[in-house]
Design a protein around this ligand. Sequence first.
Ligand code: SAM
Length: 232
Amino acid sequence: MSWTDKKAVETIKQLRDSFKVNTFVETGTFKGINARLHAKNFTEVITCELIKDYFLIAQEKLRSFINVKIVNISSPEFLKQFTEEYKNSGRNDMIIFYLDAHFYDPNIPKEKRFVVLDELRALKDFKNGIIIIHDFDNGLGHITYDGQPLDISLVKNDLMQVNSEFNLYTNELATCEIWNEKTILDSGMIIDFETLDNIRYANSTPRLTYRGILYAIPSELGKEFNLKRIWN
Ligand SMILES: C[S@@+](CC[C@H](N)C(=O)[O-])C[C@H]1O[C@@H](n2cnc3c(N)ncnc32)[C@H](O)[C@@H]1O
């Protein structure tokens, strides 16, 4: 849900412009607010949601956005299909993959709970991609399942199997700029019940307000990006 952070959205737009990206691929649509926001920023938005009820809510919200495609399928399968179609059609344009299909399900075996790992495996060797992982542990708010945070040690092997040339960056507290119930009215976003509900939730406690984000980029970024380089 990085759309609650004005700076995170600006960073995505900066990446779009620097790497000439037309296609924004999201995993975890939830209520469709992020997809709807990026419909105006990208030529094409493709998003997937596993839970039927959320899919239907998002589908309704996104109905009038003809450049948004939403599918009701699990994200690793969705990414496999996307990469296959991309290769078969002879494309070589850069894609932004925004991985946000996080959801703790105690019924899933422990080793399968971080869907993001299967997503990265589905993207293995996809060199024309920028990968953004939301809720990443860089000291800011993040997800932790069964005592294991979503941190660099968890994702680095699978991430580097996608592209061993990746340069890794994260956001920082000082550069977060979070919308609140009042300021969001000037954001230019469509404001509906879910938008306000999500904003209220995001502002309810600092752990939910300031969320960590990992950016895996195929080449080095300039200082204008204001991101912190990590690990490699
Ligand atoms: C954190 S929310 C996504 C928020 C959304 N990207 C936004 O910015 O508003 C995570 C969503 O991922 C969905 N999800 C969980 N596992 C999934 C999977 N394997 N495939 C697709 N979606 C999944 C959940 O149902 C939930 O709606």
